[in-house]
Design a protein around this ligand. Structure first.
Ligand code: ATP
Ligand code: MG
Length: 591
């Protein structure tokens, strides 16, 4: 159902935690087959999922490689321990969310290989569906004297919160009676007050050393339309209030989040414990665990910054192949297998580590090496004329048939056919009029082998008025075709790639370099735009061998000597081929 298990997973403290929890038992966990309050789950059968995790994106942008870490972690743990992982849209904030992101997020989670179904359950949820419950929870806290409406201004509240060294000061509204607070809360809900006039706060401890426990806000007034609930609400829950409740309603066992939420955990537990005591939420309650977020060198993983790159036109869109968004990476040719292998291989710890981009590229090459068929492509074409073609092949000859395996280790993929002719395209830098030291490719008087073809000997070149080489001449040596008897009689030191002009297919080829020149473009509050690499995209017009003429969009290839390429899923079609270089054959990062 889910992606197959990848072996050789690196240390992951969450596995140890879950194994211990399963051994000791997670308590009597009932699940009604859908999210709900204590009453709903009380009647339900025992949960067949041994654990429940969730991936809770806010639908306010496209997913990036950092999210892939969280996705693979949560779905992977559920898969490995017989559990379920929920995809939950955390859409409690009315202003920033858009529906286009919801579909894109679902598509990317599936692309990565994960499914939110568990048996017949479809664990796809929207947090906004819980607004009624959240409001009910808020009223219950007020009635229990655990929350109050504060009418201080935002500045007063900030000033009275104190700081790390100074305790906070109680609000003058803190000691109102539950009845007064309830009346105010209902006024808030009924739209009697403008935005910012008052907030609902938990009543905990303004002197707590943990600032998050100094009466955190639970609800604020926001006269805004919500994509799912329209104008039904003009008050919206704060994230810190909403998130624990969402987890509890869905019977999540392990709520896994990034380290910056560590200081929120006491409030998470405070809130859920009180709501369970009040009879609103079922026990056992979810528990929160924090892990170090993924940081990748040369990459920014902040939706806000990625949006800025798109909106200011530094890239062509969210799916620009240079973007670390999952749609960008897919378009670039990254495979879900390579992303999953990187996440598993780098492990999960309690510190925010930087992962070298080369690790991800290594996983990518390891995956593509085995699956990408080979092909020849000339990226910077120079014409090569075979001056004795008719002499060797006969004046009435057509083209000389050649072939090569589609993949050297996978004979089942068969052979690809192409042909040799009187005019070929070769790489411009495979010819040198005056060879530098150690150069074994074409120069006058030198012999090379055309890959999967014949041996040729260079005889000279033609130049234009500007002195640039526009064509190279060579003679073909008879009886030297690869794979024929005696072909190796003549020894050469260089092998070059080529395509014959009569059958070469023109293609646009997009070559990418890293988007940022700085390994930590936004570390320490740096201006990440200043680190943009001005030459991160180079487009060349090249030629590819005829087997690629009908290359399906999104199919992967290894262009011999040049790297791994994918037919661009947006722009490429038969008759107008466009290839993206996914990565080079060897690691050239930082060299
Ligand atoms: P951003 O800062 O890019 O806006 P976010 O955390 O606000 O990211 P959400 O949509 O709230 O975006 O993220 C969904 C989940 O993905 C969260 O649980 C979050 O912790 C996790 N996540 C986001 N970035 C990373 C990262 N770099 N490494 C690991 N997990 C991440
Ligand atoms: Mg967030």
């Amino acid at each position: 159902m889910n992606a197959p298990t990848t072996p050789a997973a690196a240390p992951n403290f969450l596995r140890t935690q879950i194994e211990r929890d399963l051994e000791q038992g997670l308590g009597e966990r009932r699940f009604a087959g859908q999210p709900g309050d204590a009453a709903l789950h009380a009647q339900a059968p025992l949960d067949e999922a041994r654990i429940r995790t969730r991936f809770p994106p806010e639908p306010n942008g496209y997913l990036h490689i950092g999210h892939a870490k969280s996705i693979c972690l949560n779905f992977g743990l559920a898969r490995d321990y017989g559990g379920a992982c929920h995809l939950r849209f955390d859409d409690t904030n009315p202003e920033k969310e858009e529906l286009e992101y919801v579909d894109a997020i679902k598509e990317m989670v599936q692309w990565l290989g994960w499914r939110w179904e568990f048996g017949t359950q479809v664990n796809l949820y929207e947090a906004s569906a819980y607004f009624d419950f959240m409001y009910r929870a808020a009223e219950s806290l007020v009635e229990a004297g655990l929350a109050y409406v504060d009418e201080q201004s935002a500045e007063q509240m900030r000033a009275n919160r104190g700081d790390f060294t100074t305790p906070g000061t109680n609000s003058p509204f803190r000691d109102r009676s539950p009845a007064e607070n309830l009346a105010r809360l209902r006024e808030m809900r009924d739209g009697k007050h403008p935005d910012g006039a008052m907030v609902l706060r938990a009543k905990i401890d303004m002197a707590s050393p943990n600032i998050n426990l100094r009466d955190p806000a639970l609800y604020r007034i926001k006269h805004a339309e919500h994509h799912a609930t329209g104008n039904r609400w003009c008050i919206y829950p704060m994230y810190t209030f909403a998130h624990p409740i969402e987890d509890a309603l869905e019977r999540i066992t392990h709520s896994i989040c990034t380290l910056e939420f560590e200081d929120q955990r006491p409030f998470y537990d405070w809130l859920l414990d009180h709501l369970a005591r009040l009879g609103l939420l079922a026990r056992p309650l979810p528990r929160q665990f924090e892990f170090g977020r993924l940081n990748l060198s040369y990459v920014v993983t902040s939706k806000r910054k990625l949006r800025q790159l798109v909106e200011e036109g530094h890239v062509a869109g969210w799916d620009d192949p240079r973007m670390p968004t999952l749609i960008g990476m897919r378009r670039r040719g990254y495979t879900p297998e390579s992303i999953r292998a990187m996440v598993d291989g780098t492990g999960t710890t309690k510190s925010n580590a930087w992962i070298d981009y080369g690790v991800l590229e290594g996983c990518l090459r390891a995956d593509l090496e085995g699956r990408a068929p080979r092909a020849m492509a000339v990226l910077e074409p120079l014409k090569l004329e075979i001056t004795n073609y008719a002499e060797v092949f006969g004046s009435d000859s057509r083209f000389d048939a050649c072939s090569a395996p589609a993949h050297p280790q996978r004979p089942e993929l068969g052979d690809r056919a192409f042909s040799f002719g009187p005019v070929l395209w070769i790489e411009r830098d495979d010819f040198a009029e005056v060879p530098p030291k150690g150069y074994h490719r074409l120069y006058p008087g030198n012999k090379v082998r055309l890959k999967a073809g014949h041996v040729i000997e260079c005889t000279g070149c033609t130049k234009n008025e500007a002195g640039e080489v526009v064509a190279v001449q060579a003679r073909v040596l008879p009886d030297t075709k690869s794979g024929t008897p005696g072909a190796d009689a003549i020894k050469v030191k260089g092998v070059i790639t080529w395509v014959a002009a009569h059958e070469a297919v023109a293609a646009e080829i997009r070559l990418f370099d890293r988007l940022f020149a700085d390994p930590q473009p936004d570390a320490g509050g740096k201006d990440f735009l200043a680190a943009l690499n001005p030459s991160s995209l180079r487009v060349v017009q090249g030629y590819v061998e005829p087997s690629l003429a009908t290359a399906a969009a999104a199919s992967h290839w290894q262009f011999e000597r040049h790297g791994y390429f994918v037919a661009d899923r947006v722009d490429s079609r038969p008759g107008h081929l466009v290839f993206n270089r996914t990565t080079t054959l060897k690691d050239s990062w930082g060299k």
